[in-house]
Design a protein around this ligand. Structure first.
Ligand SMILES: *Cc1c(COP(=O)(O)O)cnc(C)c1O
Length: 369
């Protein structure tokens, strides 16, 4: 039986090698290797794709989120609401500023932060809601924006898994006050190394991020603030311009795989498929099921040559990184249950339908035993 990897990371290059090689040569010959035209061009293309006024390229997704919080002057003594079930980067961005991440449990059906639980987590110190469009499915933005307006909070989208995801006709990254993006290679829009960006309609935020990402200076050697070195690499910007042209087509291929899984696994007991709310068009960054015998199923798939991953095995509150916050098991039971039961099936734009069919038959065989 042939193998189905979790993700074919080498195939994007194979499919569009000529264009990527041409982009590489263009940058190498230009003699310009920091910021400049390639970064400007990608920023213009990506803001226009997302339907946001500005895009500012930065070094990675974690920096994108951190810089947004910095510009909004969130720091010591402040609190930021975050999902209890996210990749730890969401929390780290808050911790970098000195503020405290305040976890809120997800809706177990969508895995996204549950708007009904946000209000009780708000205190006089709360400054922002940093939500995540987890697994490529947009959070309940209308409800979140309504709460934020009522309490005068910033709404920041962690859009690292949601390139091309749509909520009520709007692209992720154009809905809140600002969004942080990662172009880590395995994301839906992935670079060939680390890369990230901020999108926003907020003119002042955009201007300040441009300053902060470049040593706190707008004019060379004139430093206004203690900034960072967090610039988008022009070579990655050139690659991203090429890959952006394929994003919608490649997301469509993900959708075809998702449909195949959704139609052929729906009758299995103990297996919970992703639920797609009305008015949400997911980017299908990950296809995450829940299973009461998750570890057994993963082992069985692995033995059939099928790669799976767990996103994520340890919720941030139980990770050693946050031991000083003194959380304990049972504090966030929905996140903890997710960590015990979720399994990400192979998903990506370079998976063949036959791959999906193999995955489906291996899962069905597990259920017959
Ligand atoms: C990938 C990811 C990040 C971080 O992106 P990097 O570019 O690796 O820093 C942040 N949040 C979420 C939800 C992610 O999936």
């Amino acid at each position: 039986m042939s193998k189905v990897p979790f993700l074919y990371l080498n195939k994007p290059y194979q499919e569009i090698q000529d264009e990527l090689d041409a982009a590489y040569r263009r940058v190498m010959k230009s003699g310009w290797y920091i910021l400049g035209e390639e970064v400007d061009a990608f920023e213009a293309q990506y803001s226009s794709y997302c339907g946001s006024k500005h895009c500012i390229g930065v070094a990675n997704g974690l920096d994108a989120l951190h810089l947004i919080l910095r510009v909004y002057e969130i720091g010591n003594g402040d609190e930021v609401i975050v999902p209890s079930n996210t990749y730890i980067a969401t929390w780290l961005a808050v911790s970098y500023t000195g503020a405290r991440p305040v976890p809120v449990e997800p809706d177990p059906a969508s895995y996204n932060i549950d708007p009904a639980r946000i209000e009780s987590a708000i205190t006089s110190r709360t400054r922002a809601i940093l939500l995540v469009h987890l697994y490529g499915q947009t959070a309940e933005m209308d409800a979140i924006l309504a709460i934020a307006r009522q309490y005068n909070l910033k709404v920041i989208e962690d859009a690292a898994q949601a390139h091309g995801a749509v909520y009520k006709g709007k692209y992720a990254g154009s809905i809140g006050d600002a969004a942080g993006w990662s172009f880590y290679p395995g994301k839906n829009l992935g670079a060939f190394g680390d890369a990230g960006a901020v999108t926003t309609n907020d003119d002042r935020l955009a201007e300040r991020i441009r300053v902060l990402r470049n040593y706190g200076s707008k004019v060379k050697y004139y430093n206004e603030v203690i900034g960072y070195n967090s610039r988008l690499d022009p070579l990655q910007a050139a690659f991203l311009q090429v890959k952006l042209k394929y994003l919608n087509e490649w997301n469509l291929r993900r959708k075809i795989i998702a449909r195949e899984y959704l139609t052929n696994l729906s009758d299995l007991p103990d297996l919970i498929l992703p639920h797609v709310p009305d008015l949400v068009d997911p980017a299908w960054h990950l296809f995450v099921i829940r299973h009461s015998q998750r570890d057994g199923l993963q082992k069985c798939l692995n033995e059939s040559g099928i790669g799976t991953l767990i996103h994520y095995p340890i919720p941030p509150h139980l990770s050693d990184a946050y031991r000083d916050a003194e959380y304990k098991k049972g504090d966030f039971p929905i996140a903890e249950n997710s960590a015990q039961t979720v399994l990400s099936l192979p998903m990506g734009p370079h998976m063949a339908l036959d791959d999906a069919i193999q995955v489906i038959s291996a899962i069905r065989a597990f259920h017959e035993n």
